[in-house]
Design a protein around this ligand. Structure first.
Ligand code: FES
Length: 130
């Protein structure tokens, strides 16, 4: 199994490992195969993701993929962020060992859960309530 240079670089120096203050949405997802957990938080203002951070005990593929998901989602609208796909991640990292693709998909799942958590809070009369 070979990781790309891009993937290793991100794993060693991810830019979005952080906990946010009062996040607007939180998404957590576990990998059933390995038991690792990904935790992702978003700040949303006027329907835009203004800040985003993650924490995980996952493997290098999970760390690098979550970092890419955060980079791609930051500054995007909720609608645009929902369109981030596995292919976007793999393209940014140049390639992904097939056995690790399931780890990278979990980053997207964590983002989706954070968005639906945000939407749920919003329905109950959150600050951007519609
Ligand atoms: S092996 Fe656990 S997240 Fe990749």
């Amino acid at each position: 199994m070979e990781y790309t240079k891009q993937l290793i670089k991100r794993f060693r120096n991810p830019k979005h490992v952080k906990k946010l203050k009062n996040p607007d949405g939180i998404g957590e997802v576990g990998n059933i195969t390995c038991g690792d957990v990904m935790h992702l938080e978003i700040k949303v203002d006027k329907d835009k993701i203004t800040d985003i951070g993650f924490q995980t005990f996952g493997c290098p593929a999970a760390v690098a993929s979550l970092d890419v998901v955060c980079e791609l989602a930051k500054g995007k609208t909720i609608k645009q962020a929902k369109k981030i796909s596995k292919d976007n991640i793999i393209k940014t990292l140049k390639s992904m060992p097939p056995i690790k693709v399931h780890c990278s998909v979990l980053g997207i799942e964590a983002l989706k859960r954070a968005i639906s958590n945000y939407n749920q809070k919003n329905k109950k009369g959150g600050k951007n309530g519609k």
